[in-house]
Design a protein around this ligand. Structure first.
Ligand SMILES: [Fe+2]
Length: 509
C-alpha cells in the first residue's frame, strides 16, 4: 500500500514525497512544474503589517495505471512554504521570515499576516517551497495612525470579463505611481456573453468549489493582472459575478433557490478567499464570510469597504416599484449597525466609501416617467438614505464614494435629496469604467445624463481610475485604454477632476 502511494506521488505533481496524510511533517519537495504560476499578492496594509498571499498549483495527476491507486494523496499533500520579507528586492536586508503550511483544504493557498514592519514603507517579499522560488512582490505599509501623509494615491478598478478583452489596463496600472489598488468587484465572471471574444473560459458556469477555483486561477493566470498584484497591496470587495449574476443573499435569478444555492455560494466565497490577499480564514464553512471593514491610512485617508451582496434583501424581479425599494436592505441590519457605529470614529481628512456600483440615483427613462435598475441602490432607497444619514451623522470629513459595475465611467454630485436638484451636495462620487467587460450603448449614457442633473459625466471607455489625495485637496483621474481587444493598447488620462477639502462636488479640470 505504502509502495503504491509512493509510486503515485512520484508519478504526480511532486517528484519527491512531501508527506503522508496525517503522518509527520511536510518535507522539502522537488516540483515537476513551477508551483507559483498564479503569482503573489499582498493586501490589507496596516501601519506595521500586511497580508501576503500565494497559492501553489500542481499539474493534474496523470491517469492512474492502477485503477485502485489513491491519486488524491498527491493532491492532499500539505506543503510547507517559507516566506521572506526584506527592505530590498534582492533580499540582502531581510526583516521578517517564517513558514506557513499550504493545505489542500484551502486549495494550497496561503495568507500570511506579517507584523513588525515600519509604517509608510515599501517592502519586498517572496515565497519558497522545496526547490521553487516565487516571483518577488512589492508591498507598502500604511502610514502610522497619527501621521498626516503628504500624499497618497490609489487606483480603483472593476469588471474584468476575461473573454471580452485583454488586461492592457493592468499593464499600465502596474507601471503607475501608486500606494494601493482597490478592486470593487466582478473580479471573475461566471458566464460568457457577447461576440468578438478575444479568449475563452473553456468551461461553463461554475457551481462547485473546484470549478470556482479553476475560474479564479484562469483569470489570475493573466500576466498583467499578476504584475499589478505583485506591485502594490490591494483592498478587495466582491460584487455579484464572483458568485452569479444579480444574486442577493440566498437568492439568484439563474440558480436554484435555497440550500442548493447557498452551497454554491459557499464554494464561490471559499474560492474567492483562496485567491485574495485577505487575512487568514478563522474557520467555519464560508456560509458567512465577512469582507466589509474599515482601513486606515493615517490621518489623510480612511477607506470603508462595503458588502452589498451577502446580506441584501434579494432584488425585486419585474420592478414592483418604490414601495419595496423603501423596505429592502442593501447591507443587512448588522452591517448597517456596524457602519453607524464605525463611521463616527473615522477621523481621516478624506473618507472613501468603497462599494461595487453607482450610489447616486439614476433614472433610466427618457422624458416623462421614471425607471430604475432595481439591482442597484435605486432598488434599495432606504439603505441609501441610511448610508447618507450615517455619513452626515458621523460628520465624516470629505466623503468620497467610489464604485464600478456599470462598465462606464460616472462622476456625480451625491445629493441629500436627489429629487431636488438644488438640494445640498453631501459627497462626491466617482465610478470607474470596466477593465475589459462590454460597455453599454452611448444612448443609455446620454439619457442618464439628461435625466439626472446630479450626474456630471457618463462615458463608455475602458480602463481604471486613480485618486490622489493631499491634506488640502487632490485629483481623481480616469485612465482609459484605447482598445481592450488589443493586449498592448496605449492608455491616457481622459478625464480629471479636482478635489478641494471642504468642497464636495464634481469639478472637472
Ligand atoms: Fe461587471
Amino acid at each position: 500500500m505504502i509502495d503504491r502511494n509512493r509510486r503515485n506521488l512520484i508519478a504526480g505533481g511532486l517528484a519527491a514525497a512531501a508527506v503522508w496524510p496525517g503522518m509527520g511533517r511536510a518535507r522539502a519537495a522537488r516540483f515537476k512544474a513551477y508551483p507559483f504560476s498564479l503569482g503573489v499578492a499582498s493586501g490589507c496594509p496596516l501601519p506595521e503589517g500586511v497580508i501576503l498571499w500565494t497559492r501553489l498549483t500542481f499539474p493534474e495527476p496523470p491517469p492512474p495505471a492502477d485503477p485502485f491507486a489513491p491519486l488524491e494523496v498527491i493532491q492532499r499533500a500539505p506543503v510547507d512554504v517559507i516566506w521572506d520579507v526584506a527592505e530590498d528586492e534582492h533580499f540582502t536586508r531581510p526583516v521578517r521570515s517564517g513558514t506557513v503550511r499550504a493545505v489542500q483544504e484551502f486549495g494550497h493557498s496561503v495568507h500570511v499576516p506579517v507584523a513588525g514592519l515600519r509604517p509608510g514603507r515599501w517592502y519586498f517579499y517572496r515565497f519558497r517551497a522545496g526547490d521553487a522560488v516565487s516571483p518577488v512582490g512589492r508591498t507598502r505599509t500604511a502610514p502610522a495612525q497619527e501621521t498626516m501623509a503628504d500624499r497618497l494615491r490609489f487606483a480603483f478598478a472593476s469588471c474584468q470579463q476575461y473573454e471580452q478583452g485583454y488586461y492592457a489596463a493592468y499593464q499600465h496600472m502596474a507601471d503607475a505611481d501608486l500606494d494601493l489598488v482597490v478592486h470593487l468587484g466582478d473580479y471573475i465572471y461566471e458566464r460568457s456573453w457577447g461576440g468578438n471574444l478575444v479568449r475563452h473560459h473553456g468551461s461553463g458556469w461554475p457551481a462547485r468549489l473546484d470549478e470556482y477555483r479553476a475560474r479564479h486561477a484562469l483569470y489570475r493566470s493573466d500576466p498583467n493582472l499578476q504584475a499589478t498584484h505583485a506591485r502594490f497591496p490591494w483592498l478587495v470587495i466582491w460584487d455579484d459575478h464572483e458568485v452569479i449574476n444579480n444574486y442577493g443573499d440566498d437568492n439568484a435569478p439563474d440558480a436554484p433557490a435555497g440550500e442548493r444555492f447557498l452551497e454554491q455560494r459557499r464554494a464561490a466565497y471559499q474560492a474567492w478567499y483562496e485567491h485574495m490577499p485577505v487575512p487568514p480564514h478563522g474557520g467555519g464553512d464560508f456560509s458567512e464570510f465577512r469582507i466589509y471593514g474599515q482601513h486606515g491610512f493615517g490621518r489623510l485617508l480612511g477607506i470603508t469597504l462595503l458588502d452589498v451582496r451577502q446580506y441584501r434583501t434579494p432584488a425585486m424581479v419585474g420592478g414592483q416599484g418604490a414601495a419595496q425599494a423603501d423596505a429592502n436592505s442593501m447591507l443587512g441590519a448588522e452591517q448597517e449597525r456596524w457602519l453607524e457605529e464605525t463611521l463616527p470614529g473615522a477621523r481621516a481628512r478624506w473618507n472613501v466609501i468603497a462599494q461595487p456600483t453607482l450610489l447616486s440615483e439614476r433614472d433610466l427613462e427618457q422624458g416623462e416617467g421614471r425607471r430604475y435598475s432595481l439591482d442597484g441602490w435605486d432598488g434599495y432607497r432606504a439603505s441609501r438614505r441610511h448610508l447618507l444619514d450615517s455619513i452626515e451623522a458621523a460628520r465624516l470629513e470629505n466623503p468620497l464614494i467610489i464604485g464600478g459595475d456599470l462598465h462606464a465611467y460616472f462622476a456625480a454630485d451625491v445629493k441629500r435629496d436627489f429629487a431636488q436638484p438644488k438640494s445640498e451636495t453631501v459627497a462626491t462620487e466617482f465610478v470607474t469604467g470596466a477593465i475589459s467587460s462590454n460597455a453599454p450603448g452611448q444612448k443609455s449614457l446620454d439619457v442618464a445624463l439628461a435625466e439626472n442633473p446630479h450626474l456630471k459625466l457618463a462615458s463608455r471607455e475602458h480602463g481604471y481610475a486613480t485618486m490622489t489625495l493631499t491634506p488640502d485637496g487632490g485629483q481623481c483621474d480616469f485612465v482609459t485604454i484605447e482598445d481592450r481587444k488589443d493586449p498592448a493598447s496605449p492608455a491616457s488620462t481622459t478625464y480629471s477632476f479636482a478635489l478641494t477639502s471642504g468642497q464636495p462636488g464634481v469639478n472637472r479640470i
